[in-house]
Design a protein around this ligand. Structure first.
Ligand code: G3I
Length: 303
């Protein structure tokens, strides 16, 4: 096949990109988006500070724009993200009463998941809840500090109650290297959830890599998580300077794991990237395919 999405589809996978609603009117941008990708993730529009900037007042407009466009082009939508310590309005982060915060969190999840029922195939239910460094524990956040360790489980149960069909994912960065304490902490959580029947269907590996690309153990990490009985996905891929080999190795790690169901890059052109100074994406500022594009297309070919 001659596009990323069609190539990935040959093995039953998707190839997606983060999308910004404000760029949909840019013709170069939308031409590449609708030619190459068969999945999208709203880059910011489904985050709490957009969807529920003030308590109980829901603004789905920007995300609806992305979902509407995606649906009309046959692209699947990943929901990002329901519970995250960042891009969180201060009215939430200042709550100190557990019952209040529990009600607020569950109402945010239920209302958002209900709104996108049948339109979002997978949700990043909880994003980046684990600490960096060697602890293997949750990071401090209003959810962790006020509700305790159980907030992640509660968020997943609430999301499942709202939508029995959407895939429910845990998503994080720096969990690609198998031996890292952070990876091990997330692995233990997923194992515990599967053992106790907490509804979790997938784990998202953000894959924001430096020039050397994925760690040597990345495929092992994907396979070990998949062996717990969850799908795995690469959810926010970008690689500093976009080396062809680093991109190919990342894609191959997914292709070699049958439960690795899709790959999303975190933007279209280098100029669209949150790390634009590192030129980490597959298209240059003019919208031309970079060498990494061809290496990804080749690596996506079914064997
Ligand atoms: O919307 C405001 C706009 O009103 C204002 O004029 C402008 C001025 O700075 O800021 C705009 O908000 C920015 C927003 O992106 C939309 O462009 C924020 O400042 C900026 O912080 C925000 O950055 C996003 C970042 O998450 C926030 O944490 C990036 O676009 C987005 O790519 C990035 O994505 C995250 C994933 O969600 C989770 N994993 C890591 C990844 C990269 O940081």
């Amino acid at each position: 096949a001659t596009t990323l999405g069609a190539q990935a589809a040959q093995s039953g996978r998707y190839f997606g990109t983060a999308v910004a609603a404000g760029k949909l009117g840019d013709a170069t941008y939308s031409t590449i988006l609708n030619r190459e990708f068969n999945a999208v993730t709203p880059e910011n529009e489904m985050k709490w500070d957009t969807i529920e900037r003030s308590r109980g007042s829901f603004n789905f407009g920007p995300a609806d724009q992305i979902v509407g466009q995606a649906t009309s082009h046959g692209q699947r939508v990943r929901g990002h993200t329901l519970v995250w310590h960042s891009q969180l309005p201060s009215w939430v982060s200042s709550i100190t009463d557990a019952n209040t915060l529990r009600g607020v969190m569950n109402n945010h999840i239920t209302t958002t998941v209900n709104h996108y029922k049948g339109k979002v195939f997978a949700w990043d239910v909880v994003n980046e809840a684990f600490a960096d460094g060697g602890s293997g524990q949750h990071r401090p956040s209003v959810f962790q500090n006020v509700l305790g360790n159980g907030f992640i489980e509660e968020a997943f149960r609430t999301a499942r109650a709202a939508d029995q069909s959407a895939k429910l994912c845990y998503n994080d960065y720096n969990i690609e290297n198998w031996s890292d304490a952070k990876t091990q902490g997330v692995y233990r959580m997923v194992r515990d959830f599967k053992t106790r029947g907490v509804p979790i269907d997938c784990v998202g590996f953000q894959a924001h890599f430096g020039t050397s690309g994925p760690p040597a153990s990345f495929q092992t990490t994907l396979a070990n998580f998949a062996a717990l009985g969850v799908d795995v996905q690469i959810t926010e891929l970008d690689i500093a300077q976009a080396p062809t080999t680093a991109y190919a190795n990342t894609v191959k790690a997914c292709m070699n794991v049958s439960r690795c169901t899709g790959i999303t890059v975190w933007g279209i052109r280098d100029s669209d990237s949150w790390r634009a100074g590192e030129n980490p994406l597959l298209f240059d500022r003019g919208g031309n395919k970079k060498p990494a594009y061809q290496s990804v297309l080749t690596a996506l070919a079914p064997s």
